[in-house]
Design a protein around this ligand. Structure first.
Ligand SMILES: Cc1cc2nc3c(=O)[nH]c(=O)nc-3n(C[C@H](O)[C@H](O)[C@H](O)COP(=O)(O)O)c2cc1C
Length: 212
């Protein structure tokens, strides 16, 4: 009796955690009227900044950042970031103190894919990076492209670079600190997110308000 009760509890806990992970959060619409720096001022301000305040990023700011990074900007489903052949193969994950979320540009929503604070996996040996309230992790999904050859690898590397720069420029325009980074615990992140060997975490951006 005790034995079967144990398994009922395990089953309930598993079902509860699966339901929680399937959670989708619709983001507020991007604020096209946000007051930001001009294009020229934005380029003037763009720099790598590695010190972050603990002030959190609110939902509207997160929405605007994600939209700039790779949001849908046309009725035909194309994005603020160009991709080779319109593959749209760059997956954007948000890491915060509560979990990890995959951005869905078409629905402008976040789908939770892991629970708990996993920012140390993004920081790796650069411990200061886990002080940022959020980190964006960009994954090159070569399985989505359908090709794994060297030329496709080159093209997806270009795509992720463009997306990273969108993030850097949005941060500069919004008065936020960020730095484009290749360092992170790639294999652990692949394991955590259930990615294949061709779904490769390539770049990340810790993001927060400046420390001073
Ligand atoms: C592809 C790439 C990878 C980078 N990886 C890291 C990194 O892992 N850690 C880090 O602190 N900075 C990283 N950087 C930031 C560079 O060190 C930085 O851009 C460079 O020093 C120039 O400074 P600036 O961005 O302020 O102009 C990376 C930059 C690029 C473009």
């Amino acid at each position: 009796m005790k034995h079967s009760l144990f398994w009922v509890v395990v089953l309930c806990a598993t079902l509860a955690s699966t339901t929680a992970l399937a959670q989708t959060t619709k983001l507020p619409a991007p604020n096209m009227k946000r007051r930001t720096l001009s294009v020229m001022e934005t380029f003037q301000q763009r720099k790598s900044d590695r010190a972050f305040s603990t002030r959190s990023i609110d939902r509207q700011l997160l929405s605007d950042l994600l939209w700039c990074a790779q949001g849908k900007n046309r009725e035909d489903g194309k994005l603020t970031t160009p991709t080779c052949m319109n593959w749209q193969e760059i997956r954007l994950y948000v890491f915060d103190s509560r979990g990890v979320y995959l951005y869905d540009p078409q629905a402008h929503a976040l789908n939770q894919v892991a629970r708990g604070d996993k920012r140390s996996l993004v920081a790796g040996k650069q411990e200061w990076a886990k002080e940022a309230p959020i980190s964006f992790v960009l994954v090159n999904d070569m399985d989505k492209m359908g090709f794994h050859d060297e030329r496709s690898r080159e093209m997806t590397s270009v795509d992720v670079g463009i997306c990273t720069q969108n993030i850097c420029l949005a941060c500069a325009a919004f008065g936020l600190s960020t730095v484009p980074r290749a360092s992170m615990q790639r294999e652990e992140i692949q394991r955590l997110l259930g990615l294949s060997e061709y779904q490769i975490p390539v770049m990340n951006n810790p993001i927060g308000y400046p420390a001073k």
